[in-house]
Ligand binder design. Structure first.
Ligand code: GL7
Length: 828
């Protein structure tokens, strides 16, 4: 360490956070001229973005260092959020806002000849996630920092995030998202933090001098994990936490022997193979595909993270049994479940802890969040593949399973079937490792993400585990969203208006303060301002549509939005069938009737998994309908259909504030929570939705009058499906008309849509026909109610006023209190 006489020099010149505008400008120019080696003669928007972000980054790093020092000195329990996805979007605006330097930067760059908005546009999205699950992780780490909890995220530094989507001839076309083309100012490479990770090989055991059986895992392939740290600044606090992302690289650059023997190509092959581990994000949402590379990613990430966590713990020289007092680890879905096994392995094989003591530590450390009940999304790994890749882990899983089943057998000696049902190993050919069961057995708490969902997991997929562990192990933490990004950044004008009534921006830290606008729900002046802002946001989206899709939409029309991953269970097909029904109705209207109709702009957006045929067909149909409807002179402004390509976080920030109605219309019981539903309502849009996921709690908070609900309830779904399987259920007559139009070629070659139609006329697993009439009725009500501008705006204001519960700060407080047992550390 530095000798005390030298420390004065350090302290004298220690980097300080820049205070005012001029200091920012000085830093900006320094980065243009040195970091970028440019000057005012060749500084374009991109270079200006890079220089500004470097200046902001420096500031974040100062706060980051302080926070980490403080947390280490205070030596209190930390939480680690393990997620294979962090759908962060852009960082710059958020960094400025949270660090409280937005005004300085804005006017600072303006003096230098730039517009802050243009600079922000230069940043590529960090799209290291698929959809809701990944965005939830991003909101959560924002909240963990903003509420001063000592917490880190751990993830993978994919070189390619979620693919880019283009629409060609109505079809989705994917291309790689190489988001690291220009160096990424928001990460700090930690080349010195390198961890060796092993795969394959074999295990053996021997008895040591003390007569103890020792297990070793050796041989096999080795790669290195290198850390990249992303500072996560809290809002209105100095706390700046860390998101550590791992990248894979070869242990040796290349094979010298092969190289010297003249075999250059194969000498570099090994090193390229190592790099593929963290190269690309798997593009599936709510769908599991059992690829070996995916399991490799999971182990690579989990092993590197645990190595890091354990190393940090060992520095405190505490006994192992205190590990759970210092460390809480949250498993974001089953993707990191191997961490349970890896920690047990470290403790028993490397640290010499006895099995039972080790297992106690493990189960007290982990919490598991389940995010879906869809069977096709539940991870199961074939035992042969698993054994080959991770032989020692497979042995430990057998042991965990054995002890668990022995316990169950003792508790329920007569129930033979129960053992097979709850075994971690599914007795299929080949056998499979059920990751969700392993996660439950290895954790002290299991939570769902909205009330209905948390009830459903207890009564369906995890029912037997409730019998075994009792109900207390299972709980609910309803999801939330960060109001910083999803209100203040996405909708600055609304945030400003709200602040005039709340008296400050404190609602961005305590969202329940939104209640203070409720008394103004019927105030004409406030209503006017509210409506003006919605119009402004609609115009902003209209401009975007003009630019990306090339046509105009009427900003006075009702903006009806469904943007989310394309999935049969989310039922975009029902939406587009509804649009066709609307189109046919308009075609049949008299001129008089047309005058009475409510004009609509139907906006769709979302990606399909590249291998998901049905979802791709839905995209094609939306685009085909768009082409026909938008070109039909009979329709005019009454209906426009828009598919916005490449929906991502940045586009959501433009789309969400512009909705009058947004659709969250999953078959009841299938959408665990949904989080965009919360974003839309927080921005003054009303929901058209089913009684599913967080829609239910949103209804409770905002009141039944301020939401449009329809459709069958979750409790009826099984019966309805049964009816479809065992009897002839007639097709809904309005849907039949829609299918006739498609089949008669109104939207091009009908053969394209054959499977889409027969999925409904056949088993109708997602109950599109069953819910269709109810959906149309709800839509009709929306049309009528939208005409009454006064009531509409008061409903919008009332809804926003009651959204306080859906802040991710509240969700994080609940996790901290009832699962992690961690406390905030205020910075001194
Ligand atoms: C999801 C759910 O589908 C979604 O309803 C939920 O809001 C989200 C976050 O909890 O998790 N589960 C899942 O596997 N994905 C989700 O988005 C991909």
């Amino acid at each position: 360490s530095i000798p005390s006489e030298s420390r004065q020099v350090w302290q004298k010149f220690g980097v300080k956070e820049f205070g005012g505008k001029e200091e920012f400008q000085q830093e900006f120019i320094r980065h243009v001229e040195t970091t970028l080696a440019r000057s005012m003669y060749n500084c374009d928007d991109l270079a200006a973005y890079q220089a500004a972000s470097q200046a902001i980054r420096d500031r974040l790093i100062v706060a980051w260092n302080k926070t980490q020092q403080e947390h280490t000195t205070k030596d209190r329990k930390r939480v680690y959020y393990l997620s294979l996805e962090f759908l962060m979007g852009r960082a710059m605006d958020n960094a400025m806002l949270n660090a409280g330097i937005k005004d300085i930067t804005k006017s600072g760059v303006a003096d230098l000849g730039f517009k802050i908005e243009d600079l922000l546009e230069q940043e590529p999205d960090a799209a290291l996630g698929n959809g809701g699950l990944g965005r939830l992780a991003a909101c959560f780490i924002d909240s963990i920092a903003s509420t001063n909890y000592p917490g880190w995220g751990y993830g993978l530094r994919y070189q390619y995030g979620i693919f880019k989507q283009r629409i060609v001839d109505g079809y989705q076309v994917e291309s790689p998202d190489y988001w690291l083309t220009f160096s990424n100012p928001w990460e700090i490479p930690r080349y010195e933090i390198q961890i060796d990770i092993m795969f394959y090989g074999y295990t053996r055991k021997y008895t040591n001098d003390d007569g103890k059986v020792v297990h070793v895992w050796e041989g096999g392939e080795q790669v290195q994990a290198v850390a990249y740290d992303v500072p996560v600044p809290g809002y209105g606090t100095e706390t700046t936490n860390n998101l550590r992302l791992w990248a894979s690289k070869p242990t040796r650059e290349f094979d010298f022997e092969k190289f010297n023997a003249g075999d250059y190509e194969s000498s570099v092959r090994e090193s390229q193979k190592a790099e593929t581990i963290s190269a690309v994000l798997y593009p599936n949402d709510n769908f599991y595909s059992g690829k070996e590379l995916r399991l490799k990613q999971q182990y690579f990430w989990v092993a590197a993270s645990l190595n890091d966590i354990v190393r940090r713990f060992k520095k405190t020289h505490r006994p192992w049994k205190e590990f759970p007092d210092q460390v809480a680890i949250q498993l974001n879905d089953t993707h990191p479940t191997l961490a349970v096994v890896e920690l047990q392995r470290i403790l028993i094989d490397m640290e010499g802890v006895e099995w039972d003591a080790a297992w106690n530590i493990v189960t007290n450390t982990f919490g598991y969040t389940n995010h879906t009940v869809l069977p096709e999304a539940l991870e199961k790994w074939p035992v042969p593949l698993f054994t080959n890749l991770l032989p020692r882990h497979m042995e430990i899983i057998y042991e965990i399973n054995l002890f668990f089943l022995q316990k169950v057998e003792k508790m329920f000696p007569k129930e033979r079937d129960l053992l097979a049902r709850v075994s971690i190993i599914e007795e299929s050919t080949p056998q499979q490792v059920r990751m969700a069961y392993l996660a439950i057995i290895g954790s002290h708490k299991v939570n769902g993400v909205a009330e209905l969902h948390s009830e459903l997991i207890k009564t369906t997929i995890f029912k037997d585990f409730v019998t075994i562990y009792g109900p207390d192990k299972f709980m609910n933490v309803t999801n939330g969203i960060t109001p910083r990004r999803w209100l203040h950044q996405a909708n600055p004008k609304l945030s400003d208006l709200i602040a005039t009534k709340v008296g400050s921006y404190d609602f961005l830290k305590d969202l329940n303060l939104l209640k203070k606008i409720e008394p103004f729900a019927h105030d004409p002046k406030f209503q006017d301002e509210w409506v003006t802002i919605k119009k402004f946001n609609k115009a902003r989206l209209a401009a975007h549509i003009k630019q990306s899709n090339g046509f105009d939409v009427n900003v006075n029309a009702l903006f009806d939005v469904q943007v989310k991953r394309i999935h049969e269970y989310k039922r975009q097909q029902m939406n587009v069938f509804g649009v066709i029904h609307r189109y046919l109705s308009i075609k049949a209207m008299t001129e008089e009737e047309k005058k009475e109709a409510t004009p609509r702009v139907c906006v769709f957006g979302g990606k399909s998994a590249p291998g998901y045929y049905m979802a791709k067909t839905i995209i094609k149909l939306i685009n085909a309908v768009s082409e026909v409807v938008n070109a039909d002179a009979d329709v005019g402004d009454l209906l426009k259909v828009v598919f916005i390509a490449d929906y991502n976080v940045s586009k959501a920030e433009i789309i969400v504030p512009a909705s009058d109605i947004s659709q969250h219309i999953s078959t009841a019981g299938t959408e665990a929570s949904g989080t965009s539903n919360m974003k839309f309502v927080l921005n003054g849009g009303l929901i058209l939705g089913t009684v599913d996921g967080a829609n239910i709690e949103i209804t409770r908070e905002v009141g039944e009058n301020n939401i449009f609900l329809f459709g069958h309830l979750a409790e009826s779904v099984e019966d309805l499906r049964h009816k479809h399987r065992f009897s002839d259920v007639p097709l809904d007559p309005n849907l039949a008309k829609v299918f006739n139009a498609i089949e008669s070629g109104t939207f091009g070659d009908p053969n394209i849509y054959g499977s889409l139609i027969s999925s409904v006329t056949g088993s109708d697993y997602y109950l599109v026909s069953d819910d269709f009439q109810s959906y149309l009725d709800a839509q009709k009500l929306v049309d009528q109610d939208f005409k009454n501008k006064d009531t509409w705006v008061s409903r919008s204001i009332t809804a926003v006023a009651n959204m306080g519960f859906f802040s991710s700060d509240r969700a994080i407080d609940e996790y901290a209190e009832s699962i992690w047992n961690v406390e905030p550390i205020a910075m001194e």
